[in-house]
Design a protein around this ligand. Sequence first.
Ligand code: HGY
Ligand code: MN
Ligand code: MN
Length: 413
Amino acid sequence: MRIDIDRDRFLATLDEQSEFGATDAGGLNRLTLSEADRAVRDWFLEQMDAAGLSTRIDAFGNMFGRRVGDNPDTEPILVGSHLDSQPYGGRFDGGLGVIAALELIRSLNDHDIATRRPIEIVNWTNEEGSRFQPAMQGSGVWAGAHSLEEEYAKTDTEGNTLKDELDRIGYLGDIPAEPGEDYSAYLELHVEQGPYLDEEDRDVGIVDGIVGISWGAITFRGEADHSGPTPMHYRHDALVGAADVITAIRRIPGTLGEKTVGTTGYVDVQPNSINVIPGEVTFTWGFRDPDDDVVDEAFDRVLEEAEAAANREGLAWDWEERMRAPSVDFPDRTVSAVASATEDLGYDAKRMVSGAGHDATHAASVCDTAMVFAVSEDGKSHSEAEYTSPEDCFTAANTLANAALDLAEPITQ
Ligand code: HGY
Ligand code: MN
Ligand code: MN
């Protein structure tokens, strides 16, 4: 059975969600558990209610809406993504997948299509991992990869705990953050956030896996001192040590694999004054590769570099790994459902592995999983310049809807 989603309604709703936390440059500033996140969550709850879904909020603020199936005892399928954003991110990252899941429900309702399996849609808490680490935190707690209490206690740079922030915005749910039943499948639509679909002028991506990721932070402690009278041989400059390692984080991937990437995205320099030798610096590492052994090797190498830099500059140092997400391969059953949908709809599709982490990483440990990618123009993302054309948004959402319908087992009249 084939379904065509309502293009205009879908695109209008996608625009509507991007008004919550909108920036002047056309992006989003909707950090997890912020006022903008509260507002979009309240709005999304209204949309789910209006679509006739039975909604629930779990203990980690993950938001679910369920459409009953013909046989409520069969394992449901789950479709969704996230509504939180980067500080100055794009309006498609996460929101596209959540609104496409909502449009699936609306279109099934329009056409009065019944399915054997219940269909559930979800907005996961804190996929981005910007304000609180790790990324994919809500789906990670739900899937059992993280302990609820440990994640509750995580703090942002102002010392707010995650649990207090969940409670403050009214999304500290009272049901356990866990599946509570077996699920048949999870599907997620997301923007590619890389250049390949655009470069090859493809319509849509069939995602059959996600890279492994290691995130961590290193703190160097030297001696803050006057930048004028202090002779160079007296100095223990924490920023010089950090600079050595940050350069290594850029260099290490080239010595490992052609798909290995390494980034430092966050640096905190104290006291950060033009005429004070930096006394303490904290900076992050982020390594990714489809092969977990390569991620392990990058992890080992960055700590070796930090040890050497600390010795050179006479610094004390410590480190913590803030996230370790394993690479995942999605099973053929769900990947084929996406591939068949692209074929039935006549879309030019490319099979690919995701270089970004997604909630699908954790869902894949609970049930069969697959993803659909929408084209990212110039591959831009985590930037206000992120853009996916209305046509590409529709193509990907229509693919998701048809793959989900197939997995939910439509009841032919
Ligand atoms: O970092 C990531 O890959 C995702 O955007 N959280
Ligand atoms: Mn995302
Ligand atoms: Mn993101």
